[in-house]
Design a protein around this ligand. Sequence first.
Ligand code: NAG
Ligand code: NAG
Ligand code: NAG
Length: 734
Amino acid sequence: MALRVKACVYVALALASVCAWCSVCLCAASPGSSTSLSGLLPPYDELYYRGVRAYFTEDWEKAAEFIELSIATREALLRTRRKCHDECSSAGDEIVPSLEKDKNTLWDLWTLDWIQRRAECIKFCLGRAVTPAGQLPVSLDIEYEFGTRNAYNFLQIAYYKLRKPRKAAAAAYTFFKANPSHLEMRNNIEKYRRMAGVTEDAFEDRERELEKHWEFYDAALTAESSSDWPRAVNSWKECVNETLKQTDECRAQCVVTSQRLPEEIDGMEGVYEKAAALSLSLLACKQACVSLVSMRPGRVSPQEDFLPMQLEHLHIAQYKEGDLKGAVQTLRSLLLFYPKDPESLSNLQIYTESLEGDTESQTTGPSLEISNYVSRALEEKKLLYFGVENLDFKFFDPDLWTPEDIVPESLRESWRAEREQLNAKLKEGEKLLEVDDSGFYAGGPVPLVGVTITMDDETLNGTNRVVLDGVLSQSECDTVIQLANIAASVGDGYKGRRSPHTPHEKFEGLTILKAFKLAQDGLLNQSDAKLLHEAGERARILIHSYFRSHSALYFFYTHLVCRTAIPGHQEGRLDLSHPVHVDNCILEPETRQCWREAPAFTHRDLSAVLYLNDDFEGGELFFTDRDAKTVTARVKPSCGRLVGFTSGPVNPHGVTAVTAGRRCALALWFTTEKLHRDMEREEAEAMFGLEGKEEMEEKEESDSKHAPARSGRSQPSKVRSKERERVSSGKDEL
Ligand SMILES: *[C@@H]1O[C@H](CO)[C@@H](O)[C@H](O)[C@H]1NC(C)=O
Ligand SMILES: *[C@@H]1O[C@H](CO)[C@@H](O)[C@H](O)[C@H]1NC(C)=O
Ligand SMILES: *[C@@H]1O[C@H](CO)[C@@H](O)[C@H](O)[C@H]1NC(C)=O
């Protein structure tokens, strides 16, 4: 609150004092140039407000001019800060403390001297390039405007009105990249596409510089999916490089930008306490860069474990490419994050054994950049957690890999208590029914002999959920689990990857296509592999009928997944086996919204899990309210039990930790859109002459096939290929 008020006053002052100057200098400034005649950067928020005011008076020329100027000024300001950070990063270093004599006094003086020198350097450096008003922090509103790229939304319309469709197209595209569910902008882009003089290259993302690591990331996944290992290695390397670079860039801004002080600082008494709070907020700002860099524009949450995950992909790609030395180095880097990870350790053994005799590479250490990154992060976290424990500092740790011994025991204790309290509350969770607009209606017949409805909407406290029993016999369950065992044992050199969701479990996955290929190679029993296919078919028929789908139902993806608790990694475990999520949209629990956009699998309509065993601990499926916390129903897996539900926002769900044993299940998703059906399944079916039964139904439905698409479903088809890569890289299973 205080911040906002301050910022408003500041803007008013800036308007009063800078305006006369502005109209002179800005008019004289050449188009696109962000500096004034004095050569100093003006406050970009002030320019932005002028642009927006001009926009609302329909002065499109001025609106475009000032908004462009504010964008350019902001960029120049960020560059200047970075430059000053670099120039001043050694200021004060020449003063060496001599701790011999009076330790405390000297240390104080030395610290103060050091801080002063650095402050002076940065002040001087910024003063050379930025007006005093331009150095002040901007309001949260302005940060939000630029963070969401709303400036480009205004700009787009201004250019459209000015009949500059190419510029409008670029602005629209830049905005859309960060707001992919903005339907209006999507329509606008289509309109621009059809305009004369607008070619494809006009659709340029003007903020691309900030997303380079995502480009490398996507390129790497694409290369992986076509087994182009040399290209995958290159792209992952570039992705790691760029991620580190962006992180540095972000951290540098923390140092030079005025920090928002924690509110509690006003109540603090001691000088040391205040100094500590200030230093801690600087460290917290730097740590937050991990989240910022691993968040795609337009996303509500960062990609977890972003850097370690890249290293994991990289070492596998290097191994596949035949670069064992490289793979060893990358794996050693990865081990810095997860030093005791059993899979990485066993992979390391595989790699080093293959390098037998090559002593030089056997002793190759991790990359210097990564080891610096990790030790720096650990030092910072240690200090931050000390502050949390002793100084009531608030810190949100962005990393999953933080070792437990960094977190003080008392904190872990209180987390555990909180979690238990929450669980207790959730047990009594009130009944909350939601409307499902998916077009499916639970309660249809169950057309397979021996299958019974065990739980329906009412017992499951929700909408469009069902539990059926008797879908597979015990011997069928055993056969399918056996398939998983064999497939894992004949799998690639890196079997049993760490789970993408938790380091406390490993998982093995098997797709129909892989099963059939193994069967073709004589590694799996053919009729057993066919049972895997058949099990999915049974599930499809049951789900199709029970949810009274009026159109054909196609497989979207099928995945046999076993998750095994890693012994010795279960003590005091607080995480879930699979965090709460919705299958076809991105759930934002704070606002209870669910965004139907990539990277969610937006074409999923119905979801199902066919369980194969119950001889493990934990691993319960549970449904929650949209807050992702209030548990509404729990389902215990058992052989032949099928859970089905609609894939949309009425059914957020997760899986509790598997704390002992191995849990195997066949996860299935279905779509009503033929275009998005599982092509891999068809490829597999072709191998053994199993024709999909969906084809026949499809003929009956051909009339309804051209019915208008429901809103949110008209994704361009190229999104599909990306979704597929994510599925096949095992990132989503139940
Ligand atoms: C990554 O960055 C380092 C130094 O910053 C450079 O030497 C290396 O060539 C880069 N690698 C790639 C693949 O760009
Ligand atoms: C494959 O498994 C079936 C039963 O699951 C069995 O009857 C058959 O003999 C097996 N075939 C081979 C070649 O092992
Ligand atoms: C549904 O809610 C009731 C009351 O809260 C609870 O006792 C029951 O276990 C819930 N059903 C399931 C399947 O969890």
